[in-house]
Design a protein around this ligand. Structure first.
Ligand code: GLY
Ligand code: MN
Length: 462
């Protein structure tokens, strides 16, 4: 946990922004896998962690702005629990650790919210992503799960996004801590990318690195030679010489701050000329995008810059043609990169996405595009110092998408479909780093993970 003052200050700032009513922040509960006492790996809710810091199941927090009171709800363990779990701190002790004066048993949550509900007071709550908390909210506030997203407090969502978007010095230090683990995970995966090795062996080893560093993966790892499938979680393929191994994986620290990197390595240690051509284009798109990051610039414009760099490179290779600006404006490049440049990162690897992607990534000034590909950009708005985000362009040859566009004769003025026949089994390349926006520019976080063709090949030799 951070020092208690960090959490007190965060709640004070939240109170000043939301101004009136009561704020309810639900922690998570343990969720069964296959029978009640065999649960999924425990993960606390990130908003609860941000404001209350307590990494224990079945807790909730209330900030009563009007009466200037704060409460933590949770049950103290019984002797039966102690036999199975060992001694545990009391709820009152835990509340005190994060500067909350009042603690009540779990049943008190119902009483507190019922009082406020009966008095017609404004109860600010967040959209929930777990069934257990949707049912809890229904039980407490009589709002059906299907209506909760719509009735969630926009004031609270916007205030939390404003606070959590700007990482303070403690959060930045915490993310930096996880970077050591990220470096080890990715360099290990590169060294393991040898013919005869199964994807699952690499996946197992890098997850083990994350676990042994004291945290866990920040999302289920993507370890695949079929990198053209963007979120491919199948790990059953055997690597063969000539494959590309795409590893998109990150770690969390024990305080749950994330990393998220992607590297794509040639199985056997050498890129083929065809692989190298595409790799260099993606690398250039990534490096140019990173160079453009500074406060005041929009991520949407940097996404477009990366798209143009990609399209220009593909034009030089003969895969695209025509006017690059027009191709990118109309979305022709999305055949090769049907995703956005990146996303915010912090306590969640896609930070705050539970609150709604548009609240995190867009505002009155920058609106989401409705063009295929560009529409998938999660973060469009202007950078501010303290933002942490990913930059992750890619180039993919997705047979089903190519076939579909070709049969529809889509963008024939920009795409040389005949040239794509040779790439149908190519797979995909993505390169991803995590960037901190500073007062005057940016900093790539962490110890550099080999990224150029020469760096990757030389690491694989070692
Ligand atoms: N690293 C996976 C993603 O950004 O979606
Ligand atoms: Mn990412």
């Amino acid at each position: 946990m951070f020092r208690k003052e960090v959490y007190v200050e965060r709640r004070n700032r939240l109170k000043n922004m939301v101004k009136e009513g009561i704020i309810l922040i639900c922690g998570n509960v343990d969720v069964p896998m296959n029978y009640p006492s065999n649960t999924y790996k425990w993960r606390q809710d990130s908003n609860f962690l941000y404001f209350f810091g307590l990494d224990y199941p079945k807790m909730a927090g209330i900030i009563d702005i009007d009466n200037d009171q704060e409460f933590i709800f949770g049950d103290d363990v019984s002797i039966d629990d102690i036999i199975w779990m060992g001694p545990q701190p009391t709820t009152a002790e835990l509340a005190a650790e994060v500067g909350v004066k009042n603690s009540l048993p779990w049943s008190g949550l119902r009483e507190k919210t019922a009082d406020a509900f009966n008095l017609g007071r404004k109860i600010h709550f967040l959209p929930q992503y777990r069934a257990e908390n949707k049912l809890l909210l229904e039980n407490l506030l009589e709002v059906k799960p299907a209506h909760q997203k719509k009735q969630a407090s926009e004031e609270l969502i916007k205030a939390i996004v404003a606070l959590r978007s700007i990482k303070d010095q403690y959060e930045i230090a915490e993310i930096e801590k996880a970077m050591e683990t990220a470096w080890l995970m990715h360099t290990t995966a590169m060294k393991m990318a040898k013919p005869g090795v199964y994807e699952r062996e690499v996946a197992g080893v890098i997850e083990g690195i994350a676990l042994s560093a004291g945290g866990m993966l920040s999302f289920p790892a993507i370890v695949t030679k079929r990198g053209e499938t963007l979120h491919n979680h199948f790990h059953g393929n055997k690597l063969e010489k000539g494959d590309l191994l795409l590893v998109d994986a990150g770690a969390e620290t024990s305080l749950h701050y994330a990393t998220d990197h992607t590297r794509t390595s040639p199985v056997g240690g050498r890129f083929s000329p065809m692989q190298k051509d595409i790799y260099e284009i993606v690398l250039q798109a990534q490096v140019k995008a990173i160079e453009a990051i500074k406060p005041g610039v929009t991520n949407k414009s940097v996404h477009m810059l990366a798209a143009k760099t990609l399209a220009e490179g593909l034009k030089n290779l003969g895969l695209m043609k025509g006017d690059t600006d027009a191709a990118v404006q109309q979305g022709a490049h999305a055949l090769f990169m049907p995703h956005g440049l990146g996303h915010m990162m912090g306590l969640d690897v896609h930070d705050m996405e539970d609150l709604g992607e548009d609240y995190v990534g867009y505002d009155d000034e920058v609106k989401r595009s409705d063009i295929f590909g560009t529409a998938f950009l999660r973060l469009g708005r202007k950078y501010q110092p303290g933002f942490v985000l990913t930059v992750e362009p890619g180039c993919y040859f997705i047979p089903a998408l190519i076939e579909q566009w070709k049969s529809e004769k889509k963008f024939t003025e920009f795409i040389n479909y005949d040239k794509l026949d040779a790439y149908m089994n190519f797979g995909g390349i993505r390169i991803e780093d995590d960037i901190l926006v500073t007062e005057n520019g940016h900093r790539v976080m962490g110890k550099p993970i080999p990224k150029t063709v020469e760096e990757v090949e030389s690491l694989m030799d070692s």
